[in-house]
Design a protein around this ligand. Structure first.
Ligand SMILES: Cc1cc2nc3c(=O)[nH]c(=O)nc-3n(C[C@H](O)[C@H](O)[C@H](O)COP(=O)(O)O)c2cc1C
Length: 349
């Protein structure tokens, strides 16, 4: 009895209705040829829906379609337009991650040189926990004239660098487009910041705008490697001694790639990228999970010392994401033991 009633259950009722209507319309059309023209369009619609329902019942990859033939397509449709619905109807000015609608609006306005300020009041909840503000003062100070720069480079550096407190974090060409790299370097030039190349090598786009560069090398030694992927000191020295490169950085680890290394998929390895990185075209470009040039903290310090020497005495540092505090302590011990001190350390979150 239950099986007989199944076509009339909410799950299958749409398919049942479509099948019955299709059969009725077909019957009508066959019995009376004069009405065939009138029922043709509805017949095609209900017939197509019935076929769709049968296909939903037969397929095995979507449980929801099998359980709710035809009607479940509505769910997929709604899922499709969900982001737009949220954005246009439900999202408030302060919603949205990582950038709220409000923040995005300011970016658009500034990009178009339109007014980005709204006078009188704020939509911020100024009483919320953690809201930060600046107090008025009856005794404002004269604006500081300092440039907020820090001298980087210990006694072993022949070419110390005066760095801004704001700089541009490592992002490789390849992960970023030529225009993005150009824009960042132009910003570095304008603001007096240093632009970190990321591990993808130094491209012509880093050089065009003339902004200061920090050259980062990772475990792939892109731009200074031999064919077998090992570090090539001569090639490193050739690039690192360029005047636009102000500091050199060894990437040991990165927060977003915990111990896995990295891959630039073959499809992204263009002729240009293969030249800059010194890798084969049409093959995945792999940053191994570990360095081949050193394997202990002591060897790492020696390597950093070498980077400084090969660059002609520029500040040499390293970047890491601290997963195990004792590993960092081992690196500190190695500094003491070797007497080789990196000039800067970049800590990734
Ligand atoms: C597109 C992109 C590419 C990146 N490439 C590198 C890289 O080549 N080398 C590196 O050390 N970090 C790289 N990073 C990580 C950033 O330098 C930075 O450490 C990370 O984004 C965390 O900082 P944030 O919280 O300010 O974003 C990259 C990040 C992004 C978003």
């Amino acid at each position: 009895m239950d099986t007989l009633m199944l076509p009339f259950s909410p799950r299958f009722i749409v398919l049942t209705i479509c099948s019955v209507v299709t059969a009725l319309l077909l019957g009508l059309g066959i019995v009376d040829h004069k009405v065939f023209d009138i029922v043709l369009v509805p017949l095609l619609i209900f017939g197509a829906l019935t076929l769709l329902g049968i296909r939903d019942l037969m397929q095995k990859s979507h449980a929801v379609l099998r359980n709710y033939p035809i009607s479940a397509h509505l769910r997929f449709l709604l899922e499709e337009i969900r982001p737009e619905m949220r954005q246009y109807f439900f999202e408030s000015e302060k919603d949205g991650m990582p950038f709220s609608r409000d923040t995005r609006a300011v970016v658009y306005q500034r990009a178009k040189m339109a007014l980005d300020k709204r006078p009188f009041g704020t939509q911020e909840d100024v009483y919320r926990e953690g809201y930060e503000w600046i107090h008025h003062s009856v005794a404002p100070k004269v604006r500081a004239q300092e440039k907020f720069r820090i001298a980087i480079g210990g006694p072993d550096c022949k070419k110390p660098y005066s760095a801004s407190v704001f700089n541009i974090s490592a992002m490789s060409f390849g992960a970023l487009s030529p225009n993005a790299v150009r824009a960042l370097n132009a910003g570095a030039k304008k603001g007096g910041f240093a632009h970190d190349t990321g591990e993808g090598g130094v491209s012509s786009y880093h050089r065009e705008m003339g902004g200061d560069i920090i050259w980062e090398i990772g475990s792939g030694y892109f731009g200074c490697r031999n064919r077998d992927g090992s570090f090539n000191p001569e090639e490193f020295a050739r690039v690192a001694t360029d005047d636009q490169i102000k500091m050199v950085e060894l990437k040991v680890s990165q927060g977003a790639k915990p111990g896995h290394g990295g891959v630039l998929p073959a499809a992204k390895v263009s002729e240009e990228i293969s030249k800059i990185r010194g890798v084969a075209m049409g093959e995945d470009c792999i940053s191994p999970a570990y360095h081949r040039a050193f394997s202990t903290p002591l060897e790492m310090m020696t390597f950093i010392g070498e980077m400084r020497r090969l660059s002609g005495g520029k500040p040499a540092g390293f970047k890491l994401c601290i997963g195990h505090p004792w590993e960092f302590l081992a690196i500190c011990k190695a500094m003491l033991q070797t007497g080789i001190y990196p000039d800067f350390i970049v800590v990734d979150g």
